[in-house]
Design a protein around this ligand. Sequence first.
Ligand code: HEC
Length: 120
Amino acid sequence: MKKLSLILLFITIFSSTLLAKTSSDRNASTSDGKKVFETYCWGCHHQTAVAFGPPFSEIASKRSADEIRAMITDPQSVSKVLGYKRNAMPTLKLTPKELDAITNYILSFNPNSAFKPKGE
Ligand code: HEC
């Protein structure tokens, strides 16, 4: 009986460390994403206001992570797939890590998920 509760205690501690780790990883990548945004995208894109390009909140509400990644990697062909007649966004050379970080950062502006529960 005592042994069992000890095992349960270990499982609880172990899984909460795991959870803490994943959430701190996510925070790290959001702040990395902000850095990428400020270095490469700001000026043409703003978080929630329309600039030269659409705001991240609008992109996040209608695109998947794959579409966002594709657009950043190859705007010339992917802008047509997304329905743009002309392409004004330049190809930016990002590392795979920067690409992931900026994609997560854009998706964090989805007004339908993080901030408002669906159906409201
Ligand atoms: C020189 C201006 C410019 C820069 C810099 C720029 N963009 Fe864009 N972006 C645009 C424009 C304009 C569009 C609209 C489509 C087009 O013209 O190709 C666009 C479209 C997009 C789209 C697709 C929008 C949709 O309809 O879903 C994504 C995603 C995107 N940009 C992400 C980024 C990211 C991330 C960065 C920085 C790493 C960045 N852009 C830097 C101008 C820019």
